[in-house]
Design a protein. Structure first.
Length: 146
């Protein structure tokens, strides 16, 4: 069911934990499957994500997509991180079973929610966040639920 890369990120997830003095924290959940994901970002004065950690309560796919998403945004600018898509996470993992693609949407939303909270707290604007609502349970993507 799962490929080798997904299993590796599930069995050996990268960047697990929390950042005590994080500049940005985003928490999202999927009410249908019960997965919960919290993303912590350390952002420097140049808008670079210098560290990222996550805590995920969920299935193997939720953990693997969280792990991969953190790898994909670490060292990137905030704007680059905002361009992260769930499909890019799935592709980086060499695919997920169709019923598990919604887990990658959670990873994308957790990153965007963290940056949304960061921007709101500092009165910053990122055009990549136009139309994004962290309280919206609907992610704008069609996907199969379990």
């Amino acid at each position: 069911m799962y490929n080798e890369k997904v299993m590796d990120h599930f069995m050996n997830p990268r960047n697990v934990g929390e950042i005590e003095d994080a500049e940005a924290i985003g928490e999202v959940g999927n009410p249908i499957c019960g997965d919960i994901m919290r993303m912590y970002l350390k952002i420097d004065n140049n808008d670079i994500i210098t560290d990222v950690k996550f805590k995920t309560f969920g299935c193997g796919s939720a953990i693997a997509t969280s792990s991969m998403a953190t790898e994909m945004i670490k060292g990137k600018t905030v704007r680059e991180a905002l361009r992260l898509t769930n499909m890019a996470v799935v592709e980086a993992l060499d695919g997920l079973p169709p019923a598990k693609v919604h887990c990658s949407v959670l990873a994308e939303r957790a990153v965007k929610t963290a940056i949304y909270n960061y921007a709101k707290e500092r009165n910053l604007t990122y055009k990549e966040l136009d139309g994004f609502d962290p309280n919206d349970d609907h992610d704008g993507h069609d996907h199969d639920e379990e």
